[in-house]
Design a protein around this ligand. Structure first.
Ligand code: TYD
Length: 136
C-alpha cells in the first residue's frame, strides 16, 4: 500500500468561484478535533520532522504549495500538495517532513485530537526503533 494517501476534495464552485467543504467522517475518515495552519514560512525552511503515535491528520495547501516527505521506516515517498482540492491523509507512525514551501503557501491541517506533545516522536532514531519493533 502506498504511503501517500490522497483525497480528492471536490470544489462546489460555480461562476462566482470555488468552495471546498470538509466534513468529519463524511469526506475524511476521522472526527476533527483541531485545526491549525502554517503560513509565512521563511524561504528555505523545512518543518515537521516528527511522527505521531496516535493521530490522524489531513493536510491541504489552501494556497501555494509545499512538498511532503513521508517515511514509514522502510519506504520514503514524496508528494507535492499544490491544490486546494488535494488532501493528504497522514496516519500513525509516519515520519513527515515538509519542504519547499512557496512564499504564498498556507498549509491547513485538520487533526483527530487536540495538541498533545506526548503523542509526538521527534527523534528519528527513536521513530525507527518504534516502527521496527511494532513490525515484528
Ligand atoms: P511544531 O510541532 O514544531 O511544528 P512543525 O511540526 O510544523 O514543525 O510546532 C510549533 C510550535 O507550535 C510548538 O511549540 C508546538 C506548538 N503547537 C501547538 O501548540 N499546537 C498545535 O496544534 C501545533 C501543531 C503546534
Amino acid at each position: 500500500m502506498s504511503l501517500v494517501e490522497l483525497i480528492d476534495l471536490p470544489s462546489l464552485g460555480d461562476e462566482r468561484g470555488s468552495l471546498v467543504a470538509i466534513e468529519s467522517l463524511i469526506n475524511i475518515p476521522f472526527e476533527v478535533k483541531r485545526v491549525y495552519y502554517i503560513f509565512g514560512t521563511n524561504k528555505g525552511t523545512s518543518r515537521g520532522f516528527h511522527a505521531h503515535k496516535n493521530l490522524q491528520q489531513l493536510a491541504v495547501c489552501v494556497a501555494g504549495k509545499c512538498r511532503f516527505l513521508l517515511d514509514d521506516g522502510k519506504t520514503k515517498e514524496s508528494v507535492w500538495l499544490d491544490s486546494p482540492k488535494k488532501g493528504l491523509i497522514i496516519g500513525n507512525n509516519v515520519w513527515r517532513e515538509m519542504h519547499d514551501f512557496s512564499d504564498d503557501c498556507v498549509l491547513l491541517v485538520l487533526a483527530s485530537a487536540i495538541y498533545d506533545e506526548r503523542d509526538y516522536i521527534r527523534d528519528f532514531k527513536e521513530f525507527l526503533k518504534i516502527v521496527n519493533e511494532s513490525g515484528r
